[in-house]
Design a protein around this ligand. Sequence first.
Ligand SMILES: C[S@@+](CC[C@H](N)C(=O)[O-])C[C@H]1O[C@@H](n2cnc3c(N)ncnc32)[C@H](O)[C@@H]1O
Length: 193
Amino acid sequence: MADAFDPQHAERLGDPARLEALPRSAVVSLLRLDGAETVVDYGAGTGVYTIGVAQAVPGGRVVAVEALPRLAQMLREKITPDLAGRLEVVETDANAVPLADGAADRVVMVDVLHHLYDQPGALDEVVRLLRPGGLFVVLDWGDRERPVGPPLDHVLGLAAVRGIITEMGLEEVEAHEPGTDLPYHLALVASKR
Ligand SMILES: C[S@@+](CC[C@H](N)C(=O)[O-])C[C@H]1O[C@@H](n2cnc3c(N)ncnc32)[C@H](O)[C@@H]1O
């Protein structure tokens, strides 16, 4: 099952090489935003991608869900006054996000699915949060040889992610193997029926 993320690796999340391989713009683009959405960043970590998403929804809202207190605090410290009104950090490992059923237009997980605590509980929460037609966007390390990232036997690969999406009752909208749009990451966008 998933390996828990080691909070001692928190600084690595902001490594410029990581951001080059997985740019914020790629995450924002997959979210297909018009700027007014409610987005849940599930497993937001230190907020490396959360901040970019919040900047992309000037008329919307971002709820950043993070289980590890140290990482959640590092994320809070990144929130500039212009983002404070639309970016909220929810620190929880209980998979209970304080939003109503169907309140989220988007849920995004960046490098989270293979680290997810209580995967069934978390994925049930994602389905609960999404509105019909809302999108679940998954970016994660691919299961192909690469010079960086977790070992291949610690990641999921696109076939496994597709299986998870099907189990969740979601419908695939687009999928990208690593080495196509992004060098090391797979991406999958799925819609709630
Ligand atoms: C590799 S980090 C990625 C962080 C961030 N998404 C990024 O790309 O920079 C994975 C994060 O997911 C969080 N996480 C995993 N399962 C979680 C859960 N069920 N609820 C909240 N956070 C979770 C971990 O604590 C960790 O911070």
